[in-house]
Design a protein around this ligand. Structure first.
Ligand code: ATP
Ligand code: MG
Length: 229
């Protein structure tokens, strides 16, 4: 595994990504509700914290402690000792939470392995088509720019999740946040529902890897690779 990757621990996805998440860039996950974005973030967070590296987790949806407990198993205490969760209730609070996560990462006093923003566009979406849309877009752009700069400066993996809208022209599911987010994220993964607990991950964009797909299965104890190896 190259030193500039943070393994997700899901073999199929790590293969797709050439070893794991890039550690000097933002990785964006987008997909419809229930496609597994949050479970994926929790899984990578748990793996990173278990390895005694800090995870700074900005959660706009209400992280499932029950879920974390199931993933962590007997390691829960150790894991919680390296996990800092903030739960903003609006876009302004989200901005402060992101700024704090970036400052802590840059400060260098903790060995931060991963920063998560799940979901980046939960509150932004609420402002769309309203009088505050421009302000909301600007706020989101600043937050993501801060995450991009922090990832590059400190060599830290940043995961952000994004919701989707259906393009009426062709019915395709597209990520929110327009072209800005698509440029800011150096890796983009689309999550698709498959039959039952299986989800497909499509590598839409990467600086160093060809496009491709991987599959994982949602189980009670976490996400499992599907496929060879
Ligand atoms: P949203 O955009 O709404 O936040 P998401 O992409 O973050 O959605 P998750 O919350 O990660 O989606 O995934 C939830 C999905 O995982 C649901 O479809 C749920 O049925 C499934 N799921 C949760 N626990 C299990 C389990 N133990 N076994 C199988 N499937 C499960
Ligand atoms: Mg989610």
């Amino acid at each position: 595994m190259p030193a500039d990757r943070l393994p997700t621990g899901i073999a199929s996805v790590d293969r797709l990504l050439g070893g794991g998440l890039e550690t000097d860039a933002v990785t964006e996950l987008y997909g419809e509700g229930g496609s597994g974005k949050t479970l994926f973030c929790l899984d990578v967070a748990a793996r990173t914290a278990r390895a005694s590296r800090w995870v700074l987790y900005v959660d706009t949806e209400g992280v499932s402690l029950e879920r974390l407990r199931a993933i962590a198993g007997p390691d829960l205490d150790r894991l919680l000792g390296h996990l800092l969760v903030s739960a903003p209730h609006d876009l302004a609070e989200q901005g402060r939470a992101v700024a704090t996560a970036c400052a802590l990462t840059r400060g260098g006093r903790r060995d931060v392995g991963l920063v998560v923003l799940d979901s980046a566009t939960n509150f932004y979406r609420l402002a769309l088509s309203g009088p505050d849309e421009d302000d909301a877009r600007e706020a989101l752009v600043l937050q993501v720019a801060d995450l991009v700069a922090t990832a590059r400066r400190r060599g830290v993996a940043v995961l952000l999740t994004n919701q989707v809208w259906r393009n009426p022209k062709d019915g395709a599911l597209e990520p929110l946040g327009g072209s800005f987010l698509n440029h800011a994220a150096k890796t983009i993964l689309r999550f698709d529902r498959r039959t039952g607990p299986v989800r497909r991950v499509v590598l839409v964009k990467h600086r160093a890897r060809p496009e491709g797909t991987a599959e994982f299965r949602i189980t009670a104890g976490g996400l499992e690779s599907v496929g060879p190896g």
